[in-house]
Design a protein around this ligand. Structure first.
Ligand code: ATP
Ligand code: MG
Length: 556
């Protein structure tokens, strides 16, 4: 990781010996949804820092809220963290395993007179809290004796009271300028089954109470989190100092925001539950599972995180930067093949019927070590419909009546005749090829202005191709005025399904997740959920940023 304000803090700690040169970080997701690219940034920051300083990295589930958490999410998070390569070795932890210890810490604070059981309901607590400009009011239950508080807290745990009847609160200062320190709630009563502890508990710690303790219990040295927790830090520090336990250093950095994207588990859940997408791993989702299924290589995610770095101020990254990281990797690593998405049939009239010919095609001109493969030429081939124009405009150099183009890795091809159906639609083209131009050059030095891709009709096979595009058509989809809904910004063309694309035979051997460049069309991979004979390829990205061109056009 490039030097940044976090590494500067760590270097300083190492110099002063604050943590005896130890570096121990963690990634603490709440298992209430699938991880997204913002989490990838947090994983990368924590893991890369631990690695760089020969330190340790923990994966910890912050599973303190039984209402929204599920085992499915735990499993998906483990899969995603491992896929990203953030190796936590044997250090996978659950905040719920610390419930007993947290309970004992709370009892210790009660005994010190630093916490009390409060009978105010949620509404009253809010009312008593005051505002940024006005101080709060003390709860009438604030001065209960330590014995009474301990007794009530024990009875809260044993299930004597209904949900919401009481809370345990820290006794700090109802006039504190930082609202987080106005006697915050530490425990609430929730008769709700937890995905791990089941019905053992009916009181659950709040995030504010639990989070700093979790880091302390695990001896985390540098607790890296996002900026919104900056003004919670004094509260975490207060708890830890009152208890006199190990004190990690919290460091805040800016959340990742990306244009044309929403990054909030709550909103992503809305997309899933409302069937706007096919699931958490829909290839249009910014989830790690979605990006993986889309075909994004993890190296691209790492390069992206490295490039954008960590900062102290919130900003929004152009989604084009992420897409460019993907192209940067795939340009060098993806095998190039030929596929025709919207086929137009060509009869090569001077090529014998029933004959096939093998030609050599390069797998990746960027990397000769990737070798070459055989493709077939034959009398009937397909080209892309849009590579032919009956009445070509001035700047169109591809195939048109009487014009010659190069077929990639094959021959020059000339259009002799256009065959139309009853309704005037073009059904096929009668063409001729020049046998002297094998490999793509004419011995007489004559030039063509375009090279197009193609496949042999008899040797190609049909497959489904899903053309994915950005899920939102607004760069700032969450910013909808007038009480609008972010879902109104969904791009209606984010998925186009092509049922019968024609693919060259090499693609029959594709493995799930394997990535290719379909020449001139973009990067594609075999969907991991595609099975048997019915292959489905997902478009990972176009070859260039098509949206930049649109933006450019609008600017003109
Ligand atoms: P969301 O708002 O999407 O639900 P969250 O912050 O509630 O995310 P957690 O499971 O609590 O999700 O997050 C685990 C870790 O990931 C936290 O340390 C959090 O700071 C970090 N994180 C979450 N979103 C982002 C983001 N967009 N950019 C960077 N880090 C993030
Ligand atoms: Mg959260």
């Amino acid at each position: 990781m490039k030097p940044n304000f976090i590494t500067e803090i760590i270097d300083e700690h190492n110099k002063t010996g604050r943590f005896a040169a130890r570096v121990h970080t963690r990634f603490p997701p709440e298992p209430n949804g699938y991880l997204h690219i913002g989490h990838a940034k947090a994983i990368y920051a924590n893991y890369a820092i631990a690695k760089q300083y020969n330190g340790k990295f923990n994966l910890r589930f912050d599973d303190t809220n039984p209402c929204k958490e599920e085992q499915e999410y735990v499993n998906s998070i483990i899969e995603d963290v491992l896929w990203l390569g953030a190796d936590y070795q044997d250090r996978i932890f659950y905040a719920s395993d610390y419930f007993e210890q947290m309970y004992n810490y709370a009892a210790a604070l009660i005994k010190k007179g630093k916490a009390y059981v409060c009978d105010l309901n949620a509404e009253k607590i809010r009312e008593f809290r005051g505002t940024l400009t006005a101080p709060g009011k003390d709860s009438p239950y604030r001065n209960r004796s330590a014995e009474e508080n301990l007794d009530l807290f024990t009875r809260m745990r044993s299930g004597e009271f209904p949900d919401g009847a009481k809370t345990l609160r820290a006794k700090i200062d109802m006039a504190h300028p930082n609202l987080n320190l106005r006697d915050p709630i530490m425990y609430r009563i929730l008769h709700s089954s937890h995905h791990r502890t089941k019905d053992t508990w009916c009181i659950y710690p709040t995030y504010d109470w639990a989070h700093g303790l979790e880091d302390s219990i695990e001896n985390i040295t540098h607790s890296i989190c996002t900026l919104e927790f900056e003004n919670h830090r004094p509260l975490y520090d207060w708890f830890i100092d009152q208890l006199g336990i190990f004190h990690p250093q919290q460091i805040e950095f800016a959340r990742l925001n990306i244009t044309y994207t929403v990054l909030s588990k709550r909103k992503l859940l809305e997309l899933v539950e409302g069937n706007f997408v096919s699931g958490w791993d829909d290839p249009r989702m910014p989830t790690i599972a979605g990006l993986r299924r889309r075909g994004y290589p993890k190296e691209a995610l790492y390069n992206f995180c490295e490039e954008i770095g960590v900062a102290k101020f919130n900003s929004t990254i152009d989604v084009g930067v992420l897409e460019e990281s993907v192209r940067g990797i795939l340009n060098k690593t993806a095998t190039r093949v030929m596929a025709v998405l919207r086929p137009l049939k060509i009869i090569v009239k001077n090529y014998p019927e029933g004959k096939f010919e093998e030609l050599e095609a390069v797998n990746n001109p960027e990397d000769v070590s990737m070798g070459s493969r055989k493709i077939f030429f034959s009398r009937e081939i397909y080209i892309e419909q849009e590579d032919f124009r009956e009445n070509p405009p001035k700047e169109f150099f591809r195939l048109s009546p009487g014009r010659e183009v190069r077929l990639r890795y094959a021959y020059f091809l000339k259009c002799e005749e256009v065959i139309k159906g009853k309704d005037g639609n073009i059904v096929e083209l009668i063409c001729s090829y020049d046998p002297q131009t094998r490999g793509g050059n004419a011995p007489d030095g004559r030039k063509v202005k375009a090279t197009i891709h193609w496949v042999s009709a008899a040797k190609s096979f049909d497959a489904q191709v899903n053309l994915y595009d950005r899920l939102f058509n607004n760069p700032d989809p969450e910013n909808v005025g007038g009480g609008g809904d972010f879902k109104s910004n969904i791009n209606p063309h984010s998925l186009e399904i092509i049922k019968n694309a024609k693919l060259e035979p090499a693609l029959k051997e594709a493995l799930p997740g394997q990535r290719y460049q379909f020449e001139r069309l973009g990067y594609f991979c075999l969907d991991t959920k595609s099975s048997g004979q019915n292959l489905i390829f997902n478009r990972i990205s176009t070859l260039r940023d098509a949206w930049a061109k649109i933006a450019h056009k609008f600017k003109k």
